[in-house]
Design a protein around this ligand. Structure first.
Ligand code: WTA
Length: 651
């Protein structure tokens, strides 16, 4: 992995505006005063084990744990000896009291259909699905690939896996057949759950066809369970493919939740890293649930009467932690929406907020920048007075987008929680506590209690306030990844070998004079496009797999809407011409190999790539070219650049 020199991480951003929470908000919040907040942080710092043990008592254990933490660097175990079940905690636990008939899920389909499930109804659906999984031969420890849009059944399928101790591996339905096949193969999944298709801006996306293509390249899948969603024609292979409606509804709704070890794997989720191969991040049961549940309270200030909406797709970690496990563990009423924010028109999100009287709304900066572009009038035609708290996640939010969110959506009344975390951290790590923290637009503010985050130089030494450095976490936390699926060495190399003794996040950051963190984005070869993490190496390997391409280098280029856009520099094998036709072909080629989200925005043909003497592509230079060169996209060669790089090396 190449890590940029932190001294070069500079930030022009100096934001002076400050926003304290209103008295009305603070008075009703879980954490009301700075003194309370500081007491919590002090306790977490001085007696971390006792602190996290108290947090862990907020969930149900079938068997209590003996030890809070076992830290055998860099491998960790939390709540050792405890037994529990995540599905029991998200569903059954709420059935014995006043939440029994509370709405768990307010689901909205893109075409305008909707479904409401109470906790009791959810319990029955999950029970039937869990029995169906068993009937299909799935047991504890088996991997199940879920390739579905945001549908009630997708959430049901995740919980059903958890109920029987199977490990789900959700693959974002926007990924291509190739990407799905890679993930199925790495996980050696036994069952795949999918739909005939999915709705996206009024079009039916043929998911089952992608699954068929993927399964042609995999050998571990025994059965494929297919939910009918859009009604398109699909091929059902006899003996392998089964309709959900023929298998699930006939099952008994009763299925015992198995008691699993606190460290039993709850799920794997593939995320982009600095090599071409996606990493299977492993999350286990006890610590993950405790961490997600506590953040529902600390960060989202969730109360029983709240309607909570996280707009993330279940294909990403945000969808796992804040569309499914966090809110359900907390007994919340959550909203989930299947489709695009601009279908049928640009006000779909605001319409949904008004329809369900959403109180807490959590979305991505890239979405907010689109809303800004579409104009205030789409927001203003809806009554958003139910909103009381807003959140963002996925990438740094620029202060102007923050101000717009604050003013136009929150009507200067709702605190904004800018939450920093990662697939690997499992749940939120750095964020305001909305009743207490004075926010500054663009800053995720301070670490949560029990989270020891620091900004350091390459050697792990401290850097002064307001100097750029690398963001690291010093102590283990309950929601952290435990390893990479079947690759503990890569886990160690990736996260614990860059800087001695600490977890390295891959992000650059600075801490200001008030101890607030300002995240400056990735310093490794990962780019963040519209809040989605993509490894530049993945896109490069996809490009190089095209018969005309000799070599490729991919970098991020600043983009007003997407945060970063994908810029590809490509050298062709001799005799091939860099035509507009080929450029389009390469873009489509990447979309086919990875998914539309990775499609390069710019493809530039070049005679040679700038390299160091040891043959390493000088991405930093390419980034500068990509950022500064308005003519990017034409076919001028970059020979001058290789000269430049040689000059640089000799400096
Ligand atoms: C970035 C998403 C700034 C960061 C939960 C991180 C952020 C990567 C923020 C993880 C934020 C996430 N401010 N940057 N509030 N939240 N990031 O794994 O670069 O999809 O390393 O997890 O997103 O992306 P991932």
């Amino acid at each position: 992995m190449s890590v940029n020199d932190p001294a070069e991480i500079t930030s022009a951003l100096r934001e002076e505006r400050k926003f304290p929470p209103s008295r009305q908000f603070s008075e009703r919040a879980w954490i009301k005063t700075l003194a309370e907040y500081e007491a919590l942080c002090r306790r977490a710092e001085q007696e971390p084990d006792a602190f996290w043990a108290e947090c862990a008592r907020e969930i149900d254990w079938f068997q209590p744990f003996d030890r809070v933490l076992e830290w055998n660097f860099p491998f960790v175990k939390w709540f050792v000896g405890g037994k529990l079940n995540a599905c029991h905690n998200c569903v059954d636990r709420h059935l014995n009291g006043p939440r029994r008939n509370k709405v768990a899920l307010l689901w909205e389909g893109e075409p305008g259909d909707s479904r409401v499930l109470t906790y009791q109804m959810l319990a029955e659906e999950v029970g039937r699905c869990a029995n169906a999984l068993k009937a299909l031969g799935v047991g504890a420890g088996d991997r199940v690939a879920i390739y579905m849009p945001v549908l009630p059944e997708a959430i049901v399928a995740m919980l059903a896996c958890a109920r029987i101790g199977a490990i789900h591996s959700v693959v974002f339905a926007g990924f291509s057949a190739d990407a799905l096949a890679d993930r199925i193969n790495d996980a050696e999944a036994k069952l795949c759950i999918t739909t005939d298709g999915g709705w996206r801006r009024g079009q039916a996306v043929e998911l089952k066809r992608n699954v068929d293509d993927a399964l042609a390249r995999t050998s571990s899948i025994e059965k494929c369970l297919v939910l009918r969603r859009v009604g398109n024609a699909v091929a059902m292979r006899p003996g392998r493919d089964l309709w959900w409606h023929e298998v699930v509804p006939g099952q008994s709704p009763h299925c015992e939740a198995v008691a699993v070890d606190a460290e039993h794997t709850l799920y794997t989720l593939y995320t982009s890293g600095t090599t071409g191969k996606p990493k299977g991040v492993v999350h286990t049961t006890g610590g993950y649930l405790v961490h997600t549940l506590m953040t529902m309270r600390w960060v989202f200030d969730l109360r029983d009467e709240d309607v909570f909406w996280c707009t993330a797709d279940i294909g990403w970690v945000t969808g796992h932690s804040y569309t499914v496990y966090g809110p359900l563990a907390a007994g919340a009423t959550l909203v989930a929406y299947e489709g695009a924010p601009n279908y049928p028109e640009n006000d779909r999100f605001w319409q949904i907020i008004e329809k369900y009287r959403v109180n807490i709304f959590y979305t991505a900066p890239t979405a907010i920048r689109n809303f800004v572009k579409w104009g205030d009038s789409w927001v203003e035609r809806h009554d958003l007075s139910s909103l009381r708290l807003l959140g963002t996640v996925g990438e740094p939010i620029n202060p102007e987008a923050w101000m717009w969110y604050h003013r136009v959506v929150g009507k200067e009344r709702c605190p904004i929680v800018d939450t920093w975390w990662q697939t690997e951290t499992g749940a939120i790590m750095i964020s305001p506590m909305p009743g207490v923290t004075v926010t500054k637009p663009g800053s995720a503010t301070r670490p949560l209690p029990g989270v020891v985050a620091e900004v350091v130089d390459r050697q792990g030494g401290p850097v002064p306030a307001n100097h750029g450095g690398l963001l690291v976490i010093r102590r283990p936390w309950p929601g952290m990844l435990r390893t990479l699926f079947r690759d503990p060495q890569r886990y160690r190399d990736q996260y614990f070998s860059q800087i001695d003794g600490v977890y390295f996040t891959g992000d650059g950051a600075r801490r200001d004079e008030d101890g607030y963190f300002w995240i400056m984005g990735r310093v490794d070869d990962v780019i963040n496009v519209a809040g989605h993490r993509l490894g530049t190496m993945e896109i490069e390997s996809a490009l190089v797999s095209h018969p005309s391409v000799a070599e490729a280098a991919v970098v991020g280029r600043p983009d007003d809407l997407k945060g970063q856009a994908v810029a590809a520099f490509v050298t062709l094998i001799s005799g091939k011409q860099g035509t507009d036709g080929l450029r389009e072909e390469l873009r489509t080629h990447v979309a086919k190999h990875i998914g539309a989200l990775a499609r390069p925005d710019y493809v530039r043909f070049t005679e040679a790539l700038p390299k160091t003497r040891s043959g390493k592509i000088m991405r930093r230079l390419l980034k500068q070219v990509a950022a500064g060169d308005e003519t990017l996209g034409d076919t001028t060669t970059l020979e001058d650049l290789s000269v430049l790089s040689r000059l640089r090396e000799e400096e």
